[in-house]
Design a binder for this molecule. Structure first.
Ligand SMILES: [Zn+2]
Ligand SMILES: [Zn+2]
Ligand SMILES: [Zn+2]
Length: 132
């Protein structure tokens, strides 16, 4: 069991820029037990509860219900919070950015690999399969 966050500052819910973030020990820049590199400073809300969590694993651990993904037509929702400065931003803006538009904190590029756990991608098959 990694114990990187047990320095006394981590809790299961914190306020970051006036927004409450829920999860497994969360620090004041929204890192959690799952993701706690220096650049893991993003919290996300999912449409099922619209509460902020540092990651999907945190949501599943504390929410008590099945996660829903954001459909592409709701990517304008301000569901992302920069943990470094506490500024909310839209999903659209987050997906297009490598760093926070407000404070320039660099986001973990590895998060892109997990997008499908938060955001329903557009059907990948535009024009690919024409059978039927
Ligand atoms: Zn939820
Ligand atoms: Zn987590
Ligand atoms: Zn920021």
């Amino acid at each position: 069991m990694p114990r990187a966050l047990t320095d006394g500052s981590a809790e299961d819910s914190v306020r970051v820029g006036g927004h409450e973030v829920h999860g497994l020990p969360v620090d004041l820049e929204t890192r959690c037990v799952h993701w706690h590199q220096p650049w893991d400073v993003v919290a996300l809300a999912l449409p099922c509860c619209e509460r902020l969590h540092p990651c999907r694993e945190c949501h599943d651990a504390v929410a008590g219900h099945e996660a829903q993904l954001w459909p592409p037509d709701r990517f304008d929702a301000e569901a992302i919070l920069c943990g470094a400065c506490g500024s909310p931003m839209s999903i659209e803006r987050y997906l297009a950015a490598d760093a926070c538009p407000c404070c320039a904190a660099v986001f973990n590029p590895g998060c892109r690999l997990h997008r499908h756990r938060y955001f329903a991608e557009q059907p990948a098959s535009a024009g690919a399969a024409r059978a039927g």
